[in-house]
Design a protein around this ligand. Structure first.
Ligand code: NCD
Length: 309
């Protein structure tokens, strides 16, 4: 079996193009498995996985849990609100206590950027980043690129615009790394206040004009305004944001080609996209969710192989 170049999945920045292609190839096989009447394989039967979530999640947590169960792993779930973290326990102590119960892999979401890098230096288990603050969300970027590739074929030379709150979004950074590695041209579009100052140093185009960006692109990834991470005001109101950066059906109908619309969820219908757009033929939002399970199965399976070396 081929293996990943890494023991952990901390971010897309830490993995190679070969890793990404291997994850996609493995996910293709798992897509076939999850569409069978019997969706379960015994691949991780002896592996115990802890899902450790210090931040809210719906999709990502359910998706990881389903992926783990489809691979026959034993699964334990931990969320910070119901744990001893509220009693002052440190991150390393919390995770080491979980590992002492013979856990092999840790899937973690944490509000602090770099929390996973820090943990990887101190513990033995495989760590998978399910989102670290405003930094990276690698499995989301993998499932986004996988879904685009399913819809449009090879991403080499394809034009993808990421729209919205780039400053606070971990999905944006992981997507930029992943899409560029696959040869796509990436643009970010949003109000100047929501684009990091030096973003062009990542090799992306920068635009503040949504209509022009929709004309330019083959696909648009619409990101949520991360109000929970914004201490200051970055725009006058959600209504005004939406008037300038929200995608509507008439806007899509005016284009001379059909572009693909994506969203990592949760959607704020009527802010970043209207309901009509979210539910349109051009939207691959639910394909993203479906593909997420296969991508996470692939990541877990490949990392477990590495651990058993
Ligand atoms: C994203 C996240 O948590 O970063 N959601 C997700 O994982 N499906 C995006 C978001 O919260 O807007």
């Amino acid at each position: 079996m081929s293996l990943l170049s890494t023991k952990h999945l901390l971010g897309i920045n830490d993995i190679t193009l070969d890793d990404i292609n291997l994850i996609f190839k493995t996910a293709d096989n798992f897509m076939e498995v999850i569409n069978r009447p019997i969706k379960k394989v015994p691949s991780l039967r002896d592996i115990t996985i802890a899902n450790v979530f210090f931040e809210n999640s719906t999709r990502t947590k359910i998706s990881f849990e389903l992926a783990e169960k489809r691979l026959s792993a034993d699964v334990v779930n931990f969320s910070s609100s119901s744990s001893s973290v509220t009693k002052g326990e440190t991150l390393i102590d919390t995770v080491n206590n979980i590992l002492a119960m013979k856990v092999d892999m840790v899937v973690m979401r944490h509000p602090a950027p770099g929390a996973h890098q820090f943990l990887a230096r101190h513990i033995d288990a495989n760590i998978i980043n399910a989102g670290d603050g405003t930094h990276e969300h690698p499995t989301q970027a993998l499932l986004d690129a996988f879904s685009l590739r399913q819809k449009m074929g090879d991403l080499n030379g394809k034009k993808i615009v990421i729209v919205g709150d780039i400053l606070h979004s971990r999905v944006a950074l992981s997507n930029i790394y992943c899409l560029q590695r696959l040869g796509a041209k990436v643009r970010v579009c949003g109000p100047p206040t929501l684009l990091p100052k030096h973003i062009s140093s990542l090799g992306v185009e920068v635009s503040h004009n949504l209509k022009e960006s929709l004309t330019w692109c083959d696909a648009a990834n619409m990101l949520r305004i991360q109000l929970e991470r914004q201490e200051d005001k970055y725009f006058p109101s959600l209504r005004e944001y939406s008037l300038q950066y929200g995608v509507t059906l008439p806007m899509l109908e005016k284009l001379d080609k059909e572009i693909v619309l994506m969203h990592p969820g949760p959607i704020n219908r009527g802010v970043e996209i209207t309901s009509e757009v979210a539910d349109s033929e051009q939207s691959i939002i639910l394909n993203q969710v479906e593909n997420g399970v296969a991508i996470r199965m692939a990541v877990l399976y490949l990392l477990a192989g590495k651990a058993n070396d």
